[in-house]
Write a protein that binds this ligand. Structure first.
Ligand code: ATP
Length: 223
């Protein structure tokens, strides 16, 4: 049996407490695969959604709690005049520098974790049947997979991902391919999945698949 380890961050223990009360679902997938589309649908069906990407944006938006720390570490040139993180500039920096990425994550990860737990507790208190944690880099992060009861992967061909992201953003094909190559491969994600949502058809087809997923998760019994 595992014993308490000093290497486990204390912020994680409330998640294991929540896990005793209701199913915890991890939702991941590559860029543009359709994580938000799936989590929006699950939310409409009654699930409690915690979107860690949204939280990451909120803490780096104007007035966000990470902004003063990022400014102190990287300099004022990484902060836009409106007080938000200059995402394009930071993206360029961290893609070229693992050290810079690590420094940024040392600032943002604890704040994201803190806010994630806060939202999870608040949602659990509202009586939702289960919680869904949307974590784009769940597979890459290592620490998440062991903390959820059920892992859902949203999947589609890479070409579909590229087309969707190019359509939605100002990123070029090369930039999107760069992001894809930096993420876990489809195979790595699919290996760990308890359920896979294929999202290469219409939004109507996606809704049907998500309805089935919702029913399956409602069937998860807590000990
Ligand atoms: P990211 O990793 O960039 O946050 P994501 O995985 O959350 O992306 P979404 O934002 O849900 O993906 O979807 C990416 C884009 O593709 C959005 O514009 C969304 O409306 C569109 N999209 C998602 N699924 C479908 C679908 N089945 N049919 C058509 N468009 C879709």
């Amino acid at each position: 049996m595992a014993t308490a380890s000093p290497t486990i961050p204390s912020e994680q223990s409330p998640l294991s407490t929540l896990r005793e009360l209701l199913p915890l679902v991890g939702l991941t997938g590559g860029i543009g695969s359709g994580k938000t589309a799936v989590s929006d649908l699950l939310g409409q069906m009654g699930a409690g959604i915690i979107d860690t990407d949204l939280i990451a944006h909120q803490i780096t938006a104007p007035g966000g709690i990470a902004i003063p720390l990022i400014q102190a570490k990287f300099g004022p040139e990484f902060i836009e005049p409106n007080g938000a993180l200059d995402r394009a500039k930071m993206r360029t920096l961290v893609f070229g520098s693992p050290d810079a990425r690590e420094s940024l994550e040392e600032i943002t990860h604890p704040l994201i974790r803190q806010e994630t737990l806060k939202q999870a507790k608040e949602l659990a208190d509202t009586g939702v049947p289960y919680l869904v944690f949307v974590v784009p880099l769940l597979i890459e992060s290592g620490s998440w997979a062991g903390q959820v009861d059920y892992l859902v992967v949203v999947d589609c061909p890479e070409e579909t991902q590229i087309q969707r992201v190019m359509q939605r953003s100002k990123l070029s094909r090369t930039e999107v391919e760069g992001i894809l190559n930096a993420q876990a491969s489809r195979q790595q994600r699919l290996r760990l999945a308890n359920a896979v949502i294929e999202n290469q058809g219409s939004l109507a087809e996606l809704k049907l698949a998500v309805e089935q997923l919702h029913q399956k998760i409602l069937g998860i019994k807590k000990a």
